[in-house]
Design a protein around this ligand. Structure first.
Ligand code: SF4
Ligand code: SF4
Length: 717
């Protein structure tokens, strides 16, 4: 008895010392990051929201359960391990007293039953994981496997350790039954089966097995504890913390302003020598950013949904996080050194790691290759999938900000767009005078705001640069205006006073140009007294609704498909002309994933007679990007398959007559891909890409007050 106490306690002390040292090191590393007072304030100010998040994301495993089979397997393993903590308490108690039982509940058959049930649940869970890993093996599936690039050996070791935890537990309990030390007379069904198998060995052998398995079980549990602190399974400890301090409702929608030392950066006073401009060194990350790196489970869900990865580009959101993590860990001794002398005494490998540029080519020994950084479309699929709420887009944007503002390193072809934004207020450099031309092609007058908006105007229609200047998008704008006019909605536009929202500049990383444009727009909108804004471009929608509040612009923003769906529902617009076409709808990322608008465009199509709507395989929350977001619209796509072509290939699989969408960027990107397919004979000549508003406009009857009764004609598209 004394020996098992000594061995059990010695193992515990050693394991806690090793794991504790590692956790202390990780804590110090995260503390070497920048402050993030806004995250702490958000948790303090909304404790209920934090509790709800923990309940749904951690205890309820909401995001994991989106993937049914691995989700259920993880749910069983998580809850199995949580409840099996009781058995660890029992094991420690047994070190000291063979007849130990949990206080009060220690002899309840239900507790014995639930412990065994959870042990079996864990075995089923890890068995499922093993099958999933065998079926999605990076060696055979290559890039298609979500585990490609993950540390798969460590994952197998963890599965083995979990198996050993449960196996030793059940053997120990089975032997306990035969020695008469087991606290549960009934209920522990699995232990009873093991006990039945071990019974023929006799009481002496069972006593030896009981002691051996008790110590072995504690050794495996403690070994697992140590391994957790040195592996991706660190998420067991970090995920609840990371989820708590993540942006709410998620890391999508608007981008955060630039911060230096915890304060929002004021460009008029900022000093590049003392202030932090984006992410130029790993230590520029906030402690929350560091926490993100340590929390990644290497599950590859993000990678499996990334359009850049799916089209053979070098960007994988998972590997981006892992590369940053590996660099942070390798540079840690340098960051944690207490003095210059201590740094000088570090091994050469550590000093070399500390000198690596965060963004740089392989020749420059960069941590993140520029092709990785600039491949991101900001589609949000990674953030949406990540079960531990890692904020990939924020990290990518922070690195882009540093590259653009400090290093002046970015894809050269985007410089024209940035110059146009600065000088002309739109990405094409067409200038304000062109912004009103689309209105001249309508058969009714669109009021242009000149001074404060009167009470008789309900909505300000934010047309956007593409909507006002790009030929294909202008058709959408005219369709929306016609429909609003038909429905009797009072609206006005800013006309030449409108300028780019700044979205392409901000997504590129040029926060300076974004601030300039955004401040100008907020001033214009506030002077006009705008309250309700209709946006036809999801990028404008996202920026005005989610980012302008950072600059004092608070408006009620609605996407045109939301308003049109409502007008149809209220009977103010009545689709009558049948459109006998097969239509597949493409979800724009900035409307869907970033702002959760999935239903209204589909409702509109449902109401148009004749339309046979068919979904693509990747739709709604799992919609696949068109390739234009993240300012990619203004960059060349030189690596891999074009993202818009990949999307159109998927759309063609539904054999559509028309592809509909709700975004001018998507309209242009998908339209270009369709044209390419038509040129190569892979798509029928009649296939077209249109906005949902154009479909509705084709079907809606225009009021003809003075005309005699007769068939109503559709509005112009
Ligand atoms: S935002 Fe989209 S493109 Fe960028 S890393 Fe995430 S999934 Fe990939
Ligand atoms: S970033 Fe999130 S989704 Fe991607 S591998 Fe890590 S834990 Fe999984």
């Amino acid at each position: 008895m004394a020996l098992r106490i000594i061995i059990g306690l010695a193992l515990t002390v050693i394991a806690f010392a090793v794991a504790g040292r590692r956790l202390w090191w990780l804590y110090r590393l995260s503390r070497s990051g920048q402050p993030a007072p806004e995250r702490i304030a958000a948790v303090r100010e909304h404790p209920g929201r934090g509790a709800e998040t923990e309940a749904t994301e951690v205890l309820g495993q909401r995001k994991l359960l989106k993937w049914t089979v691995p989700g259920i397997a993880h749910f069983m393993t998580f809850w199995g391990f949580t409840i099996l903590l009781l058995t660890i308490i029992e094991s420690y108690g047994d070190l000291f007293s063979k007849t130990f039982a949990l206080p009060w509940i220690g002899h309840w058959a239900f507790i014995g039953f639930i412990e065994d049930l959870m042990a079996i649940a864990v075995l089923v869970g890890i068995g499922t994981f093993a099958v999933i890993r065998l079926r999605s093996n990076p060696k055979t599936e290559g890039r298609k496997s979500r585990f490609s690039g993950s540390h798969t050996r460590a994952a197998w070791l963890v599965l083995l350790l979990i198996f050993l935890v449960v196996a030793t537990l059940l053997l120990y309990r089975g032997a306990q039954i035969n020695t008469g030390d087991f606290p549960y007379a009934h209920g522990a069904f699995a232990s009873q089966i093991l006990g039945h198998w071990l019974a023929p060995l006799g009481k002496g052998a069972n006593q030896a097995i009981e002691t051996a398995m008790l110590l072995l079980q504690l050794a495996v549990v403690l070994g697992f504890l140590v391994l957790v602190t040195y592996s991706k399974h660190l998420h067991i400890f970090l995920a609840p913390v990371n989820v708590l301090f993540s942006r709410r409702p998620d890391g999508l929608g608007g981008l955060q302003p630039m911060r230096s030392n915890g304060k929002v950066l004021d460009f008029e006073e900022a000093d590049p020598d003392t202030d932090i401009f984006g992410l130029g060194k790993i230590e520029d990350l906030t402690w929350k950013g560091m926490l993100d790196l340590g929390t990644c489970t290497e599950c590859g869900r993000c990678q499996s949904q990334c359009p850049a990865w799916a089209t053979d580009k070098p960007l994988s959101p998972k590997m981006l996080i892992l590369d940053l993590r590996d660099h942070a860990f390798a540079k840690a001794p340098y960051l944690l050194a207490s003095s210059d002398e201590a740094r000088d005494a570090l091994p050469e490998a550590v000093k070399a790691e500390a000198q690596r540029p965060l963004v740089g080519t392989a020749e420059a020994n960069g941590v993140i290759d520029p092709d990785v950084l600039w491949s991101c479309t900001n589609c949000g699929a990674c953030v949406n999938e990540c079960p531990v709420d890692i904020e990939h887009i924020d990290h990518i944007t922070a690195m882009r900000r540093h590259q653009v503002l400090i290093e002046s390193e970015f894809p050269v072809e985007a410089s024209g767009m940035l110059k146009n934004l600065e000088n002309k207020g739109d990405p094409w450099g067409m200038g304000e005078s062109k912004r009103s031309e689309w209105m001249t092609e309508l058969d009714f007058e669109v009021p242009v705001v000149d001074g404060p908006i009167g009470d008789d105007v309900e909505y300000l229609f934010w047309v956007g640069c593409a909507g006002a200047l790009e030929d294909r998008a202008k058709k959408t704008t005219k369709a929306i205006a016609s429909l609003l006019n038909t429905a009797g909605v009072s609206f006005a536009v800013l006309g030449p006073a409108e300028t780019c929202t700044g979205d392409p500049a901000r997504r590129m990383g040029n926060e300076f140009v974004f601030s300039m444009l955004a401040q100008q727009n907020v001033e214009t909108l506030n002077e006009a007294g705008a309250r309700k804004i209709i946006a036809s471009c999801p990028h404008c929608f996202n920026t005005i609704a989610n980012e302008y509040p950072q600059l004092g612009g608070d408006y009620e923003v609605i996407h045109h498909t939301q308003l049109l769906a409502r007008l149809v529902e209220e009977g103010k617009l009545t689709p009558v002309t049948p459109i006998e076409e097969k239509v597949t709808y493409h979800d724009p990322c900035f409307l869907g994933r970033h702002n959760k608008v999935y239903t209204p465009p589909r409702e509109i199509m449902e109401k148009v007679p004749g339309i046979q709507a068919q979904e693509m395989h990747r739709c709604k929350e799992r919609g696949f990007c068109c390739g234009a977001g993240g300012a990619r619209m203004w960059m060349e796509e030189r690596i891999g398959k074009r993202i818009n072509v990949e999307r159109i290939d998927e759309a063609l699989g539904t054999n559509p007559d028309t592809i509909s969408t709700g975004c001018p960027y998507c309209l242009v990107m998908l339209g270009d891909a369709v044209s390419a397919k038509q040129s190569s004979g892979e798509a029928k000549e009649s296939l077209q890409v249109v906005d949902v508003a154009q479909l509705l406009a084709r079907s809606v009857a225009r009021p003809e007050p003075a005309a005699p009764a007769g068939p109503a004609g559709p509005v112009a598209d």
